[in-house]
Design a protein around this ligand. Sequence first.
Ligand code: FAQ
Length: 353
Amino acid sequence: MYGNDFAVPEEPLNAAETPEYSAALQDQADGVLDRDGEGTPHFDELIAADKRIEPRDEMPQEYRDTLIRQIAQHAHSEIIGMQPEGNWITRAPSLRRKAILMAKVQDEAGHGLYLYSAAETLGMSRDEMLDRLHTGRQKYSSIFNYPTLTWADAGAIGWLVDGAAIMNQVPLCRCSYGPYGRAMVRVCKEESFHQRQGFEILWALMQGTEAQREMAQDAVNRTWWPALMMFGPPDTGENASGGHTEQSMAWGIKRFSNDDLRQKFIDMTVPQAQKLGLTLPDPDLRWNAERGHWDFGPVDWDEFWQVVKGNGPVNAQRIAHRVRAHEEGAWVREAATAHAAKQARDEKKEVAA
Ligand code: FAQ
């Protein structure tokens, strides 16, 4: 499938390798979610018929605001998410690892670009979104507020963080908002490679020395719980917090609850940990034959909310680095704007001639 050079099971390693993703890909190719014929049906009719809303359509302000909030947060996560692994590019253990990691981190920038473009179609400029990120008025994923202490973190991020991200994003390929759903189809394909490279880093470490195995285990111990938090707070059962899920599902933005996706991720990941020879740091993890799922222990939601509020281990460092990169890149934006203006002038002259 991906030219594996390591012994992995035949089962899919991530959600982008499951029939759900193949079906989303096929539906996209067949235009299943696209509307037929002419006319501009009402928003509610389109949602009821499971057809896509496009930028030109009228939509309730709350739908627009929800999408801007989620897509901007997603875009910010992609570009802030370049930092933890970017930290290891200069210290990757071989040229091959360095080349792969550079490609992965560049992919994250590309995902940010697709997502900012999708959010812009809803009427907020990229400048405005970045300003809101830099001033704490828009969020990014909690996961990127933890430090990457060893090379094994690059493996744990790929395997667990990309794995969790894809589990959440495959259903978003069917999001009711066209530009977001279409961006997700492409992003998931690329993230699938990211997840496999993470698995392969850990696989190689687990075939290595005792010290390498310990390094892999330590990275997984630190990453497991924050990866489960990526899916967001509980939104089913008695622990459900208010949250946005119910409304977002009614609008066809979210297709599953946070809790359902978290469970799917755990069910897919536990057998992979066993294949790798890694122990997931949860003493309550056990197969429940009755439910047909893995039971797991309580997530520390106090820690999650602390991180979301800006008090995680490296929140301040991540934002400071982002703001610095933005300021240092000002001359590139100015040069690109000047170049675009010159090209537009030249084109005008050509038309006039
Ligand atoms: N971190 O009611 P819900 C990646 C907030 S991409 C921070 O459940 P919703 C690729 C939430 O905003 C990772 N805040 O909200 C990569 C809301 O607060 P608000 C990012 C969180 O929106 C890999 C409140 O809690 N992926 O990793 C988090 O319906 C490797 C209540 O929550 C996406 O963004 C969190 N984890 O559902 C890159 C996917 N969870 O806004 C580099 C798209 C919740 O009211 C390296 N987003 N909150 O103030 C989504 O699917 C959704 O937005 C959820 C949250 C599921 C994240």
